[in-house]
Write a protein that binds this ligand. Structure first.
Ligand code: PLP
Length: 376
């Protein structure tokens, strides 16, 4: 059996070990220290964000963003349905109610038309949503211009889930810097990793100071431990941040590599009947975190995304269906949802192909050869 080809595996550069060793040498094995400060600075420079707080996960970052937006039990939060469950789980942590919005076909992200319809209907029901969570799925920027216009019109906070989109831009501005808050993830499968970690992005200095305070157990200024609020243990470790500093040195290269993967797939597979890729629309630059493809069995002569997935699996190549929409998940079955059928169709026909920045040309060719053989 050939060596397993993974969907998206960690890819270390040259410098990560140097920063981690420095943490050991100076005994900064704590959830603060020079690597945390350095990593935050690197992220601010790269994204153009005013403030970045390095945290233990993207999920934790989203949880804090909702708290800072004033979300309380019973509040309604608008959330993109087509996403990973971590976009929606923090809503439930707070006892708030997710209201799911389906996607549009241009970017596969939150449909602005359904968004406005949902806001108007929730307001008519006497409940104005407290926040909107759009997602830049697989690195593809959401329609931020339209979404922000609607959010401003109704004066609702936007919390951008850019967990998959570090390195992506929209009108030359970094994803994650458009909303009141944005979140990033450095989980093991993301475009860069700290083994596990995330970040909160924001422009309001006071709110970001509050985020750091809440993330370190909400300790009031006093020589003893004094608390007037509920705190969280969400800061990033200085060891993990060392990996992050090294990864920042190769981030642009990783984006180039992931985009090259996508180009390979598109060149090799786009002409197969029933196979469809999603282009970057005007103003959008995607990091192509994962290369995704739609396979319509009606047009392909019966070949479905499962046919392809199983053929790849047989050759020890990992691929995966797209995220299953949140409004179709058993755990969120009771939540209100504004649905147009797009995300259900994406889930039915969509497949994520091996997308790691460490894939070799041989591995890419082996993958496309297996797919093409199904059409032969
Ligand atoms: C990975 C991911 C998250 C969560 O980030 P973690 O760091 O794993 O907690 C949130 N949203 C989306 C869309 C993600 O892909």
């Amino acid at each position: 059996m050939n060596e397993k080809i993974w969907l998206s595996s960690p890819h270390m550069g040259e410098s990560e070990r140097k920063y981690v060793t420095a943490a050991f040498d100076t005994n900064w094995i704590a959830p603060l220290g020079p690597n945390v400060d350095g990593f935050e600075k690197d992220l601010e420079l790269y994204t153009g964000a005013s403030h970045v707080a390095a945290l233990s996960s993207g999920t934790g970052a989203l949880h804090l963003a909702l708290i800072l937006a004033g979300v309380e039990a019973g509040d309604e939060i608008i959330c993109q349905s087509m996403t990973f469950s971590a976009s929606a789980n923090p809503i439930a942590y707070l006892g708030a109610i997710p209201v799911f919005i389906d996607s549009e076909m241009d970017t596969w992200n939150m449909d602005p038309v359904l968004l406005e319809q949902a806001i108007q209907e929730r307001i008519a029901k006497g409940k104005k949503p407290k926040a909107i969570i759009p997602v830049h799925l697989y690195g593809m920027p959401a329609k931020m211009e339209e979404i922000l216009t609607i959010a401003n019109k109704y004066d609702i906070a936007v919390i951008e889930d850019a967990a998959e989109a570090l390195g992506s831009t929209y009108n030359d501005q970094s994803c994650g810097t458009f909303g009141t808050f944005g979140i990033l993830s450095f989980n093991g499968n993301k475009i860069i990793t700290t083994s596990g970690g995330g970040a909160l992005v924001g422009s309001d200095k006071a709110a970001m100071e509050k985020a750091r305070f809440l993330a370190t157990q909400a300790r009031d200024p006093a020589p003893h431990y004094e608390h007037s609020q509920i705190g969280y243990n969400y800061r990033m470790s200085n060891v993990c941040a060392g990996i992050g500093r090294g990864q920042m040195e190769v981030l642009d290269e990783r984006v180039r590599q992931r985009r090259a993967n996508y180009r390979h797939y598109e060149e090799q597979l786009a002409l197969l009947p029933g196979v469809q890729f999603v282009d970057e629309k005007a103003g959008a630059f995607s990091n192509r975190w994962l290369s995704t493809v739609l396979i319509d069995p009606v047009k392909s002569g019966g070949i479905s995304r499962e046919t392809v997935r199983l053929a790849l699996e047989k050759q020890n190549i990992e691929s995966r269906p797209l995220w299953k929409p949140m409004h179709m998940q058993p755990v969120f079955s009771g939540a209100p949802a504004y649905v147009n059928g797009v995300s259900a169709k994406l889930f039915e026909d969509g497949l994520c192909l091996p997308s790691g920045s460490n894939l070799t040309p041989q591995q890419l060719h082996a993958t496309t050869a297996i797919v093409k053989a199904l059409w032969a």
